[in-house]
Design a protein around this ligand. Structure first.
Ligand SMILES: Cc1cc2nc3c(=O)[nH]c(=O)nc-3n(C[C@H](O)[C@H](O)[C@H](O)COP(=O)(O)O)c2cc1C
Length: 196
């Protein structure tokens, strides 16, 4: 099943598929990913996050350092990402590492105004307030921090998922769906064609 092409050809095909399937990093319409993690209870967990950016280091997401997902990847730095589009799915397994300061700042600056405010106000204390107070405090914080003046809160945290396996699923109304799977090995990327 493994196609007999060289590693270089596999790398080139992989890079081509990623640039075809994923938007440019400065495109404000960010793809959604299901981030799956292992947990200390043994039950897997999953939630939706934005793909902040993608480059040769991997797939970046950003979150609150106090969140469950951060506890999960701190305890077990392996994760899966699932991205879905009409007729397409990409599943990535990989190793998780903290992003560097410059990347975290870049991602915060590229978040919408709403998400920049949210990064400051998304606390357990805020969640527990009555809705009227949540609206009032949000408006107050917004007014006190004009656009362009907000830095990331100390809890802003970025992570990169460095792929060990990527599975591209493509559906077709006229023939069987099929997956193209790339695995990282010591020698480079292998490529296999799998049934959908
Ligand atoms: C469409 C959508 C996009 C989201 N994007 C993010 C994100 O980029 N980062 C994030 O921390 N949470 C994001 N969330 C919220 C998470 O899904 C999740 O509820 C939250 O981060 C807490 O997850 P945890 O308790 O598993 O850590 C998003 C939720 C939705 C519905």
């Amino acid at each position: 099943m493994t196609a007999s092409v060289s590693d270089d050809e596999n790398s080139i095909e992989l890079a081509g598929l990623l640039s075809e399937w994923l938007p440019e990093n400065d495109d404000p319409a960010r793809p959604l990913m299901t981030l799956s993690t292992g947990t200390s209870s043994g039950y897997p967990d999953a939630r939706t996050v934005l793909l902040s950016e993608y480059d040769e280091r991997g797939f970046f997401f950003h979150t609150d350092s106090r969140s469950r997902k951060v506890a999960d990847v701190t305890g077990d730095p392996r994760a899966a990402l699932t991205l879905v589009w009409p007729g397409r799915q990409l599943v990535v397994q990989g190793d998780v590492a903290r992003a560097d300061d410059a990347e975290e700042l870049w991602a915060y600056r590229h978040r919408s105004r709403y998400l920049q405010l949210l990064a400051w106000l998304n606390t357990p204390e805020f969640a527990a307030l009555p809705q009227e107070e949540r609206l009032a405090r949000w408006a107050e914080f917004d007014a006190a921090h004009p656009e362009g003046t907000l830095d990331p809160p100390p809890t802003w945290a970025g992570f990169v998922v460095r792929p060990v396996r990527l599975t591209f699923w493509e559906g077709s109304p006229d023939t069987a769906s099929r997956r193209t799977e790339f695995r990282r090995t010591a020698e480079g990327w292998t490529r296999a064609l799998l049934p959908g």
